[in-house]
Design a protein around this ligand. Sequence first.
Ligand SMILES: *[C@@H]1O[C@H](CO)[C@@H](O)[C@H](O)[C@H]1NC(C)=O
Ligand SMILES: *[C@@H]1O[C@H](CO)[C@@H](O)[C@H](O)[C@H]1NC(C)=O
Ligand SMILES: *[C@@H]1O[C@H](CO)[C@@H](O)[C@H](O)[C@H]1NC(C)=O
Ligand SMILES: *[C@@H]1O[C@H](CO)[C@@H](O)[C@H](O)[C@H]1NC(C)=O
Length: 401
Amino acid sequence: MDSTSMPFQPHVLPALLLSIFQHLFAKGCWFLCSDYWDVLKEIRNLSRNAECSTRNGGGDSFGGNLSSHLRFSYFDHQNDSIEVPCGFLKKFPISDSDKIGMEKCESVVVVSAIFNEHDKIRQPRGLGSETLENVCFFMLIDDVTLKGLEYHGLISTYSSGYKIGVWRIVKVTKEDLYENPAMNGVIPKYLVHRLFPNSQFSVWIDAKLQLMVDPLLLIHSLVISQNADMAISKHPHFVHTMEEAMATARWKKWWDVNALKMQMETYCENGLQPWTSTKMPYSSDVPDSALILRKHGLRSNLFSCLIFNELEAFNPRDQLAFAFVRDHMNPKLKLNMFQVEVLEQVTVEYRHNLKPSDVSFAKKSSMTTKTIRAQPDLLDQNGSCSSKCQQYLATMWGSHQ
Ligand SMILES: *[C@@H]1O[C@H](CO)[C@@H](O)[C@H](O)[C@H]1NC(C)=O
Ligand SMILES: *[C@@H]1O[C@H](CO)[C@@H](O)[C@H](O)[C@H]1NC(C)=O
Ligand SMILES: *[C@@H]1O[C@H](CO)[C@@H](O)[C@H](O)[C@H]1NC(C)=O
Ligand SMILES: *[C@@H]1O[C@H](CO)[C@@H](O)[C@H](O)[C@H]1NC(C)=O
């Protein structure tokens, strides 16, 4: 049946009904209705950019753990010839053949990581028929996770190039990296453009999520068609960095409350503001960073490097450094902060594995860290935060009235 003989004649509908219908239609399937073949052509056709260098140096830590003065000096990146520090002061400990495999990945890469057997491997759903020829899927795991996979019979003998479903498995020998597995997870999450220097787009997906929509369609609808450098979900409840910081302390998501305070004070002192509508088009200061889509290029690479340096200096809780980096970097990041409903529509969330070893790192650290505070709230003791964050808090609380 061709379209001219459709039983529905849209022009006979009253104009108002028609516009409502179109509106609902557009809202209901704005990404699922993108034509897969058009998107495939569009992404294949985009020109290469291979501007990234992956230089290895010799450093104490993977990123050099720079002073705040030095870190902030790189935020204003007007001069292209100044190189921004961006990890890799040590060799990233993977096999040469895996490294070559990663460097061969052009166009789109989907990356995830499981350290410390924290999650199960989940296969993406809804892939188009040509997607595996155009998208590489890489899952980075550590020895502990590998042993678990072997134990459960998912891997017989690991060799580089090993695949489970769509995922190419890459073993990271993390002994030389960070003590904290979460910090190691931050390397593929934020330095994806360096691990995959020839890929043009990337999708970072936390291993607790299963992808339910073809990544090419996601890149098209959330990044390319929005003219964005990066797309990330808004946090379902918080808009202010301080709200997230207080929740992080209260729910003990980071054990060193003093260090959290110091981080927030450092940011307040250096110009962090609570979210207000003057920050538009940035619609929130707090992301849910379980899914990050990027167009690799100057602005998103700069953002990723700068935030990585913050995480190394303070802690791997990336939501806390997010707005500070975004608001202070120059040139500005073109950011699509989409509604959490979109995240819920394109992924399914599973629980992390519950293992006694998950708490061992935090326990061990809290026993050796003298700075730990018993009071799990950032604003206790008259709020030492409020000395430097007083203006921030006044504005934040003022904006709620
Ligand atoms: C491919 O790119 C070229 C030049 O950038 C453009 O003229 C052409 O319309 C593009 N084709 C598709 C199918 O997007
Ligand atoms: C950019 O930085 C380089 C190296 O520090 C310097 O030689 C050059 O003069 C700078 N250019 C501008 C426009 O500031
Ligand atoms: C970086 O240095 C700071 C301050 O000395 C320290 O608290 C932090 O733990 C270091 N980061 C890492 C990842 O070692
Ligand atoms: C908190 O504030 C009260 C009243 O302003 C003061 O008496 C008290 O010493 C303060 N406590 C600390 C730990 O600064």
